[in-house]
Design a protein around this ligand. Sequence first.
Ligand SMILES: [Zn+2]
Length: 253
Amino acid sequence: MKFTKKTVIIGAIGLIFIIGAATGIPLFFYAKSNRLTITFIYRAGIMLEHNSKRIYIDPYVLLGDYSKKPADAIFITHSHEDHLSTYDINKIYTESTTIYCPTTDASLLAQYNTVPLEPMEEGMFGKIPFQAFPMYTESVIHPEENNWLGYILDFNGFTLFHVGDSDCIPEYAQLEGKIDVLFLPIYDSYNMMGPAEVNQTIHIIKPRYMIPIHYLDEALEEFENDYVPYLTDTIFLRLQLGESHTFRLAQET
Ligand SMILES: [Zn+2]
């Protein structure tokens, strides 16, 4: 048999294919690229890791060596100190980090690379579409006119919604059936959602998963006892501080 250039190339491709099929290495990389890992940090802080991108929402009380986990993007819901913490932002901020925040809070983040947003404004971070969503309560603590924000992020059609410090607001009706993972506070103070409003929000938005954040222990316990047993279409997923959960998007969407 003559080893022409063509037969060598075909042989090499065949060999790569056989090795790939035998070892499952390509499948490993495929599966890994379709994973979204969510880590509950503290208060309303979460970290999202998808492909090579790392995104934080409201990073606060970052314990451990987070300098090894720099942010590609940081989303800030509003300027209360347990949501906008420059002390924590400085641990994960690099020259290539983009910070998204409400327009009304942009002056507090002037030293960073920021993109100010208005409620309902849409944008793209790399290949990740996102939408800023209204966030407010009836009280003066989170007034509607501040134009503070929740965020919806879309990972290849798998959607996450972090509502910020919000009450159950009428705007949620337009999200029915559109959210896969819903992050809700269970605070029952400052006119934020308590257990009953959290249950109401879940029944309006109908997410596939609900993850509690920013909760008072007794309010979370009340929600777990009085409402979780009756959830039929939504999976209640409680993460401990620092705990992660990975979604395999291709399989679980
Ligand atoms: Zn707040």
